[in-house]
Ligand binder design. Structure first.
Ligand SMILES: Nc1ncnc2c1ncn2[C@@H]1O[C@H](COP(=O)(O)OP(=O)(O)OP(=O)(O)O)[C@@H](O)[C@H]1O
Ligand SMILES: [Mg+2]
Ligand SMILES: [Zn+2]
Ligand SMILES: [Zn+2]
Length: 315
């Protein structure tokens, strides 16, 4: 497709006018220029525009079509989990007042973020399936697309195992901390989730938070563990139920409150709903497999499940 025959960017169904698409390739989430920008009239498909200014210096700027290679590299470096490659603030649905507030707060963070300026980070708290990971990924994506912010997504549990690997290869804590310090906006998902070595887990979190605090860079966080007084409880399988304060310790908890606004993300478990929708579709495709459905028919069950399906385009 060349630019002359390309749809106007704001109508492009693949990228919504962003000029880039995120997709899963070889098991990883990567960003690629959207085909509608191939042969762009402004940049010839290079994504950058070179010029000479009035003083005779060469200049380079990103083309408005969006396929600037630096922008694409920034998106790839987010390391978004594959399942979240297409999750955005726009397709986050509000099925409860808390989710509506969480979405507003996430948008406000993106709008107000200015590189280098201090900003309160967010600590998303909620039970499973309410869209905390969705929101973290969507914020990183939006910051990268709109503001060129270098972000990174990390899941705490996987990060711990990377750090243990690093130690076993002889890395010092300074060395494993450095890449996390340099990221402009770091998102750490599932804090509190850990293994048996609580002291090690708390130390890691403490070191990351303090190195980022000293660098004046925000760290977005999400957890299943409730703040004290929250209307839900959480304990991983085989564990006692704990609050976030009990889980991470009073010192780190008080530091979290210093750095972040706590945002409750409460609502229906979307994963359960997605599962139910999949079951209904499977039963439709293979009616012979049908199990007893507790007296409810397909359309009753589908209408119960459908309101919670991610709806692209909802604000
Ligand atoms: N409000 C929502 N609108 C649209 N999709 C949603 C919403 N909430 C959750 N989802 C979708 O449901 C799935 C589960 O959501 P997600 O993984 O973000 O939940 P979570 O709160 O991080 O759960 P957990 O605490 O178990 O990690 C994802 O596919 C996500 O995109
Ligand atoms: Mg999650
Ligand atoms: Zn496009
Ligand atoms: Zn261009």
């Amino acid at each position: 497709m060349d630019a002359a025959s390309a749809p106007s960017p704001d109508r492009c169904a693949s990228c919504g006018g962003e000029g880039v698409v995120l997709l899963v390739k070889d098991g990883r989430t990567v960003a690629e220029p959207c085909p509608h920008t191939n042969g762009c009239r402004e940049c010839g498909g290079d994504g950058r525009i070179f010029a000479t200014d009035e003083r005779g210096y060469s200049t380079m700027r990103a083309c408005a079509c969006g396929r600037d290679p630096r922008r694409i590299a920034t998106l790839c470096a987010l390391r978004l989990p594959n399942k979240f490659a297409d999750r955005t603030l726009t397709n986050y649905g509000c099925y409860s007042p808390q989710q509506a507030r969480a979405l507003l707060r996430a948008r406000r963070f993106v709008d107000e973020y200015v590189p280098g300026a201090s900003i309160r980070a967010l600590l998303l708290c909620g039970p499973p399936g309410t869209g905390k990971t969705h929101l973290l990924c969507a914020m990183l994506r939006e910051l990268a697309l709109r503001k060129g912010v270098r972000g990174r997504y990390e899941e705490f549990f996987l990060l711990l195992s990377d750090i243990r690997d690093g130690f076993s290869r002889g890395l010092s804590s300074r060395e494993w901390l450095e890449p996390l310090r340099k990221v402009e906006v770091l998102a750490i998902d599932e804090i509190g989730k850990g293994g048996k070595n609580r002291e090690f887990e708390q130390n890691v979190l403490d070191e990351i938070l303090s190195v980022r605090y000293n660098a004046e860079r925000p760290t977005l966080l999400a957890t299943n563990y409730p703040p004290p007084g929250a209307p839900w409880t959480y304990g991983a399988e085989g564990e006692v139920r704990e609050t976030l304060e009990q889980r991470v310790g009073a010192r780190i908890y008080s530091r979290l409150l210093d750095l972040c606004d706590t945002v409750d993300v409460l609502g229906p478990d979307n994963r359960e709903k997605q599962h139910e929708v999949r079951e209904i579709l499977r039963e439709k495709e293979h009616p012979d497999d049908r199990q007893a459905s507790g007296g409810r028919n397909d359309s009753q069950r589908a209408s119960e499940a459908a309101p919670h399906r991610p709806r692209p385009g909802r604000g």
